[in-house]
Ligand binder design. Sequence first.
Ligand SMILES: [Zn+2]
Length: 409
Amino acid sequence: MFKFVGIIFAVAFFCLAGAARPSAGSKFPALGWVNTNIAHNPFGPAPVKLMMPVVPSNAPAEEWQPPVAPRQVPVRPLTTWISLDNWATQHGVGKSHLLSNMPVTTYAVGSSNGVMVLAIGNREATWNGIEIHLGFGPQIIDGQLFVYGLDVQKNLEPLLCGPSLALPPANPVIVIDPGHGGMNSGTHSILDGRFEKEFTLDWALRLAPLLAQEGWQVFLTHTNDVDDSLSNRVTFAETHHAELFISLHFNSLAPDKFPAGIETYCVTPTGMPSTLTRGYGDFWSESFPNNAFDEQNLQLAVRLQGALLHESGMEDRGVCRARFMGVLHGPHCPAVLIEAGFLSNPSDARQIETPAFRQKLAQAVADALRPKPETGNQKPEAGSQKPENNGQKAETFIPESGTNKLSWP
Ligand SMILES: [Zn+2]
């Protein structure tokens, strides 16, 4: 459904973008950076806004934080369209190959890291079969495939050219944030009304020992049914010197029962539109502390999304970007938020309510964070080796008043 809507919107995009294009035969102009939002974007009639997913007005805004005034962008992002084949030649990446012309024109571009498939006019792409969401749909200009500079910088380069995600070396610290708690119950199951907070905490408590076995120092923002503010969760990560931050959630688009599947979010890179806004302001020029980790965020999100899909068998809704998720603004380390299925979808909810399924989700996250052996021509990295404990015992954080047993009022 989403893809179908995306294709329809892509057609609309072309109609509108065509009207705003320079005269025939000319390339898109090099675009000066404009500190502005969608209404003044340099593409004319807001093509990307048309491709935003439609969210019902009663959609839960569980992770929403009041918008703050956008700050000035410290550096100019890359805001020109780039010939993909010219870029590929310069970066040792294979040239693009036309895959199909129908129903959408698609191209593949690959390196020893994997293969990315791009669809003309469509923000949905795939990386090694996992859906990722670009900022802008690729274009054909003068018969050549062009990709927007920010997408090249923030989406293509980290995956096609970058070394694999450098996991922290010995005794790495990870903060796991079970979404919601206390009065903040999150969404609820369509089957029996059980709250999201129950399932996220159980998932986190199953995950913690698995990560500890791998040598991680694991800290949970809470281990019992309490409500932490979003800012406290980020402060907690800072206090504990987190090297990775992962927030665990389940999704809902009630009363729509149809959406299903897993999404993994990271904060939107400055200068790009978000994948999802839930109707809140999406200021492209806004810059957050966590934007310093855009590339690592994407690599982490792709690894997690792939492992979760493999382990769960759920539908792939992709690696997405959002600005309204407050916990993703502040961490000074790679940070993602996982939405592991829809409690508003009967099939997803049935699985989420099963302890064995939540154990699978925990195992998937632990698997994704296990350092992988180097392959191809990637250079070995100090941080990519299996963590060593140096004789120290990995620990799991338990608050003084906390308990590992679930206790619900
Ligand atoms: Zn949630």
